[in-house]
Design a protein around this ligand. Structure first.
Ligand SMILES: O=C(O)CCC(=O)C(=O)O
Ligand SMILES: [Fe+2]
Length: 302
């Protein structure tokens, strides 16, 4: 009987959580050996999906989408984008990235992807082996479904990079490469994250909770160097926090409910990030709203 790549992928036995957490060599071997089967399986899976779960531009907040579209056409209009971003802690900005009422489409898509039982690699390496999946094609066991990949790339290339350049111009030259993963906190599993910095030039953290999908606890804390205090911030559905990777941050324990987020990084070739004391240069708007020329390398931080 002919076995499809999807069936083959579904029959694979994922290495144990412990083996993944301790990065046993068998784990690397698992992802290396099955790489093309997994990519083929995701293509096959997506072909079978209902077209109603198409991921497209309508997922983005309407005001942001319009302002960003305008800025791509005419960079001198980028102030309309800036007006939608609020500095909530030093070098930390909050804004509405996704339309909360449309998030159900993305979540349903992701739910279907989890349920199909094609192995996905969880994001080990920061602290815990948290629920979630690698999203970037440079990562083993990533969510390789083509329409998801196009959507993921749109978030990074159309929204995240120019907005990051608008707020933190010193990252230009350190923003050619991408990285991403999803995370999920529950009181009973992974529920918090100790203070750390990210190995990124800039990090976009976006909440995917649906309206009414409440949680308590799980504030993000960002360190304010001038006061020496942590500033607590709460995610609402579809809201994003964009911060320099160098800002110390943590996630407080979740008390009830669940929190699901995408965490996306930009950094330079081979993982380079700006020196911590780099000045923020003034640059013309047209240098932000431009496609990067650089090729993608395969460097993945974890
Ligand atoms: O959303 C969060 O809890 C923050 C996650 C985070 O900082 C990280 O994964 O590096
Ligand atoms: Fe982080």
């Amino acid at each position: 009987m002919l076995v499809t790549q999807l069936q083959k992928a579904q029959a694979l036995k994922l290495p144990s959580q412990a083996a993944m957490l301790y990065r046993e060599s068998s784990v690397q071997h698992f992802w290396d050996t099955n790489k093309s089967t997994l990519v083929d399986a995701w293509v096959e899976w997506e072909k079978k999906q209902e077209s109603s779960f198409l991921l497209n531009g309508s997922l983005f907040d309407k005001r942001l989408r319009e302002a960003v579209t305008q800025a791509w056409q005419d960079p001198s209009k980028e102030l309309a984008v800036q007006d939608l971003l609020t500095e909530v802690a030093p070098d930390v900005y909050q804004f509405q990235l996704f339309n909360p009422t449309k998030l159900i489409e993305l979540r349903t898509y992701l739910e279907n992807a989890w349920n199909v039982k094609v192995p996905l690699r969880p994001p080990y390496g920061i602290a815990l082996n948290r629920g979630g999946a690698m999203l970037d094609k440079r990562s083993e066991g990533y969510l390789a479904a083509p329409s998801f990949q196009a959507f993921y790339q749109e978030i990074l290339d159309i929204y995240m990079r120019p907005i990051s350049r608008l707020l933190f111009s010193e990252i230009i030259g350190f923003d050619s490469q991408t990285f991403g993963f999803s995370i999920n906190y529950k009181p009973t599993t992974d529920n918090s994250l100790r203070p750390h910095t990210d190995a990124s030039a800039v990090t976009l953290n976006v909440n995917l909770n649906l309206p009414g999908e409440e949680f308590t606890g799980s504030n993000m804390n960002f360190f304010d160097q001038s006061s020496g205090q942590m500033i607590p911030l709460k995610f609402t559905p579809g809201s994003a926090m964009l911060h320099r990777g160098s800002v110390v941050h943590s996630a407080q324990p979740i008390q009830s409910g669940e929190r699901t987020n995408f965490v996306l990084w930009l950094f330079g070739d081979r993982g380079q990030i700006p020196l911590s004391n780099t000045e923020r240069p003034t640059i013309p708007a047209c240098e932000r709203w431009t496609k990067t020329q650089s090729h993608t390398d395969n460097y993945a931080p974890f």
